[in-house]
Design a binder for this molecule. Structure first.
Ligand SMILES: [Zn+2]
Length: 256
């Protein structure tokens, strides 16, 4: 089996006529494209900002969709952020920083959506993505890795064209961390209505990202085992992660 035939071409995103999240979670066809979507739009049901192939029902009405406050889902969590951004933010004007952040967020979102993930949280120069909810993908680990590789391909040169005066010898780059396993998904805030994922798997993905150098993708052994075809020949590294007692084995994919 080749990588192509196993994982297929990236899906076209933003073109779904019915919400893929509501369909996968409830088998309910909620129109989000074409004339049938118009009456729904009148009631405020539109494409979600987390992924344009899902709708604002599955984004904001988790308890309606799942009939529970929270659920346990086997998922892959991806964190990405701009390395060198804090340094840079002290030296260049706010308007250029804004351009850099929006370019980063936009390129990352395109890559994540192309592989059926959602951009669950955006935190300035960083983000958190979830794969396998609410759009289900059996190959969610591979989908996240392919998205991370697209992020690395599409970000570095573009970021540096916006910041030609980044510290000499330390160009801007993106660090990515990925981990797979059981997460709790639900609404955990009393004042926000969108869902998120919590749990040890989420924390470990964030810790892996914090150890990734510019251009690196750090994957846990669990993620790597689910997508062996994509990580053949990757370097392995033993890491001590904050808040995690045992050393963690990570696979390192480097932008080529
Ligand atoms: Zn939906």
């Amino acid at each position: 089996m080749t990588t192509e035939s196993t994982y297929g071409e990236p899906a076209r995103h933003g073109s779904a006529r019915i919400c893929r999240g509501c369909w996968d979670q409830m088998h309910m066809p909620i129109p989000i494209g074409g004339p049938l979507a118009l009456p729904f739009r009148a009631f405020g049901i539109t494409r979600s900002k987390m992924n344009p192939d899902i709708c604002t029902i599955c984004e904001r009405s988790f308890q309606y969709v799942k009939k529970q406050r929270q659920i346990t889902v086997d998922a892959t969590i991806l964190f990405a952020d701009i390395r060198g951004f804090t340094d840079l933010s002290e030296r260049i004007e706010a308007v250029r920083l804004t351009e850099i952040v929006s370019l980063f967020q936009d390129r990352c979102a395109q890559a994540i959506w192309a592989h059926d993930g959602i951009v669950n949280k955006q935190m300035g120069d960083g983000l958190m993505a979830i794969f396998n909810f609410p759009i289900t993908r059996k190959d969610h680990a591979a989908a996240a890795i392919l998205a991370a590789q697209a992020i690395q391909r599409n970000c570095a040169a573009a970021l540096n064209s916006l910041a030609p005066d980044a510290a000499p010898g330390r160009p801007l780059g993106v660090g990515v961390g990925i981990h797979s396993g059981e997460v709790q998904i639900g609404e955990f805030s009393s004042f926000r209505s969108d869902f998120t994922a919590i749990g040890g798997v989420v924390n470990q993905a964030a810790r892996l990202e914090s150890q990734a150098a510019a251009g690196e993708i750090l994957l846990s052994a669990e993620t790597a085992a689910m997508a062996a075809a994509l990580i053949a020949g990757a370097e392995e590294r033993t890491l001590t992660l904050k808040g995690i007692e045992q050393p963690v084995r990570a696979h390192v994919l480097v932008k080529r």
